[in-house]
Design a protein around this ligand. Structure first.
Ligand SMILES: Cc1cc2nc3c(=O)[nH]c(=O)nc-3n(C[C@H](O)[C@H](O)[C@H](O)COP(=O)(O)OP(=O)(O)OC[C@H]3O[C@@H](n4cnc5c(N)ncnc54)[C@H](O)[C@@H]3O)c2cc1C
Length: 406
């Protein structure tokens, strides 16, 4: 059996690896010149490993943790809290307050479902949960930044249900792969062998009784028996024009929204402890994480902004200079250098954005649409499962399983 895979991010790579392990012939097509997609690590001039994209590995992210164990890749603690961020006045919400914020959001969402149905925006749910001053509330600022999308265009019910927290109370202690998260992608690539064709964007996919066909931007045609499509949402939305899909699946793909985000990774020095800190009066934040020897912060500060509206206020067109100054002004706990890397996912040609959220027309039935193949094609990627590194890996394994079960 010959399989074609479009996209060599974590989803496509894991699908390819599962298929290779099952003894199939596989070919992977990638528009970029590297594997990993939004899982992309780099080393700053002072030797600190940073992440351009996906960084925090949750305690419940068992698939990526299992792969790291298998590959012998240590996951180190970040040493900061993700949902509870320090404010410049030296305060931080307690875990009880965090639990209350999450509970308020969930309860508001369920009240609004009863009142007006599922077509309810994230802004409506936030206003119902936190009142008219919702936008200045630390938890709400975190929520809007993390979802990376216009809060009027994404579904507040789906998002509130997604962020309900852990069943055994809230657990922080997230981690990162010490060598860089993309070591996972690189190791899968090494194990699957030389089957990834780089600089080969797929622009058309068709299927019939005899097999599947992928066409690249340069007009090359590739044929196989079955295919996994693991390209980012905006690219998928273009590709499905030539594929006959069940109406619910089409609605889930067309209605989902891609967000925008950017990161500034800066060389820093100082003896301060690791700390995640909200920018004063603005919905973006920054974090310095724990050094490998513990307690002290590493020599890297990551500054993150989610959502186009806030990104516009940071004048990213100047290459990050204005944003760097804003970060330096409030991160007085560290010596913030001029040595930095700006990554703007809003303008990334390969992904068309940062990560995706359910759109206003989301309904609960859409949640399981990708647990079926469509003829010879299965879909993978964060947009088909959960918008995380772990979610992408799991979606790839699911797609491979769906096709090999046929
Ligand atoms: C700024 C940022 C912060 C994040 N933070 C976190 C975090 O802290 N924790 C976490 O778990 N997750 C985080 N994520 C999300 C996580 O990185 C993604 O969910 C995950 O990496 C997506 O993997 P994927 O395989 O679905 O997509 P991708 O990694 O985008 O892979 C898709 C691949 O398809 C390629 N491609 C595109 N078009 C075509 C085409 N036409 N033909 C062939 N190939 C194509 C792309 O180049 C890419 O390599 C973050 C993401 C961003 C951007």
């Amino acid at each position: 059996m010959k399989f074609l895979v479009a996209g060599a991010g974590l989803a496509g790579l894991n699908a390819a690896w599962e298929l290779v392990k099952a003894g199939h012939s596989v070919e992977v097509f990638e528009s970029n010149d590297r594997v990993g997609g939004r899982c992309w690590s780099e080393t700053l001039s002072n030797g600190e490993v940073i992440e351009h994209g996906g960084e925090f590995i949750d305690v419940n992210d068992h698939t990526i943790r299992r792969l790291c164990a298998e590959f012998g890749l240590p996951i180190v603690s970040l040493g900061i809290t993700f949902d509870r961020r320090w404010q410049v006045d030296g305060t931080i919400m307690s875990s009880g307050e965090l639990a209350e914020n999450i509970r308020n959001l969930t309860e508001a969402a369920e009240r609004l479902v009863k009142k007006q149905g599922y077509r309810t925006s994230l802004r409506e749910v936030a206003r119902e949960a936190y009142g008219p001053d919702y936008a200045s509330l630390p938890y709400c600022q975190k929520l809007f930044a993390t979802t990376t999308c216009d809060p009027d265009k994404v579904n507040g019910i789906a998002i509130a249900r997604m962020f309900q927290g852990h069943s055994k109370g809230y657990i922080e202690h997230r981690g990162r792969v010490m060598a860089g998260n993309d070591a996972v992608a690189k190791e899968i690539h090494r194990r699957i062998g030389d089957i990834v064709r780089f600089n080969t964007p797929i622009v058309e996919i068709t299927q019939d009784d005899t097999g599947v066909r992928m066409t690249s931007a340069s007009g090359e045609v590739f044929r196989g028996d079955q295919a996994v499509i693991a390209v980012p949402l905006p690219r998928l939305q273009k590709l499905i024009g030539t594929v006959d899909l069940p109406p619910l699946m089409r609605k889930a793909i067309e209605g989902r929204v891609m967000g925008a985000a950017a990161k500034l990774n800066i060389v820093v020095s100082g003896d301060a402890p690791p700390r995640g800190m909200q920018a004063p009066g603005a919905p973006w934040w920054s974090w310095s994480t724990e050094a490998n020897e513990g307690y002290k912060a590493r020599g890297a500060l990551t500054v993150y902004v989610g959502g186009k509206a806030t990104m516009d206020t940071l004048r990213l067109d100047d290459g990050g200079k204005y944003w760097l100054e804003q970060a330096r002004r409030y991160r007085t706990d560290l010596n913030v250098s001029d040595d930095y890397i700006l990554t703007n996912w809003g303008t990334n040609p390969h992904t068309g954005g940062a990560y995706s959220m359910p759109g206003l027309d989301w309904e609960p039935e859409q949640d399981n649409v990708f647990s079926q193949a469509v003829g010879r094609i299965a879909f993978a990627g964060e947009h088909t499962h959960f918008a995380s590194l772990n979610g992408a890996l799991e979606s790839g394994a699911r797609a491979a399983k769906l096709l090999t079960l046929i």
